[in-house]
Design a protein around this ligand. Structure first.
Ligand code: ZN
Length: 267
């Protein structure tokens, strides 16, 4: 068989029905920010209806009081994990510095950096800020800057669709659950309310699961996303957790009070 024929055969295979062994049902988490009680609550909820895989879009640490426990749990449970800007700052990676943060984030980052175990460092250092899966492109931030850019405007979403081919783009970083569809070159949609279910159909979508450990849409509950890539459906989920316990640990560790206060408000 010529190389060209081989390529044609593999393209035909790609267009065939989804293979049995491909992950179809996915739980997507992001921006855990060392909030262990939120993460445990989300994993417990996910386990009630176990997906094929769990994907994490990054920022496992930063802000919160339990960086090492969150690294261990995310590493153990997730099939795919991205690195986020807070993870990179805590690692002391080049090009990403604490000066890019506001004072609370910077203080937490310096504390996180001193707390990270060798195992957590090794885990976070092994990760990239973007990845690809069958039909899906994943970024912590955005396609134009996977580490730092936010997709929070229609313009940024248009750019994200233009820079990728994937029918489904997954991003984290903004901490706001978002569902945007591209229809006739126009971006539609916005913040995804709790329980929002999107029929992805044959179109192109950009989804943000929201944040497990520091939601910023006015809802204090931990956020995550369920996907069924076979049925082309997405549903935005929320899980209540013990905000008080995380707040108490933030204060015990001498992290900025504002980081505890905001968790109760979901801002
Ligand atoms: Zn984040």
């Amino acid at each position: 068989m010529s190389q060209r024929n081989q390529a044609a055969t593999s393209q035909a295979a790609a267009a065939a029905p989804i293979p049995q062994n491909l992950a179809v049902r996915i739980a997507v988490i992001s921006d855990i920010h060392a909030n262990l009680y939120a993460l445990e609550a989300v994993f417990a909820e996910i386990e009630r209806d176990p997906p094929d895989e769990i994907w994490c879009l990054g920022d496992t640490v930063g802000y919160g009081p339990r960086p090492n426990e969150c690294c261990a749990l995310v590493q153990e449970r997730s099939s795919l994990v991205l690195v986020g800007n807070h993870d990179l700052v805590a690692l002391g990676s080049a090009d990403v510095t604490v000066e890019d943060f506001n004072p609370e984030a910077a203080a937490a980052s310096i504390w996180t950096s001193s707390e990270l175990s060798p195992g957590s460092r090794e885990f976070l250092s092994s990760l990239a800020p973007q990845a690809e899966r069958e039909g899906a492109a994943l970024f912590h931030g955005s396609p134009s800057d996977p580490v730092w850019d936010y997709v929070i405007t229609d313009l940024a979403a248009e750019e994200a669709f233009a820079l990728t081919q994937a029918s489904l783009i997954l991003v984290g970083h903004s901490h706001v659950p978002t569902a945007l569809a591209l229809a006739d070159d126009v971006v539609q949609g916005g913040v995804a309310s709790t329980g929002f279910e999107a029929d992805l159909g044959p179109g192109r979508w950009l989804l943000n699961p929201g944040s497990v450990g520091q939601p910023r849409d006015g809802d204090a509950r931990a956020a995550y996303l369920r996907l069924d890539l076979g049925l082309r459906q997405a549903s935005f989920e929320r899980v209540a957790y013990s905000v008080d316990r995380t707040q108490a640990e933030i204060r015990e560790r001498g992290l900025p009070d504002a980081l505890a206060d905001r968790l109760a408000l979901g801002v």
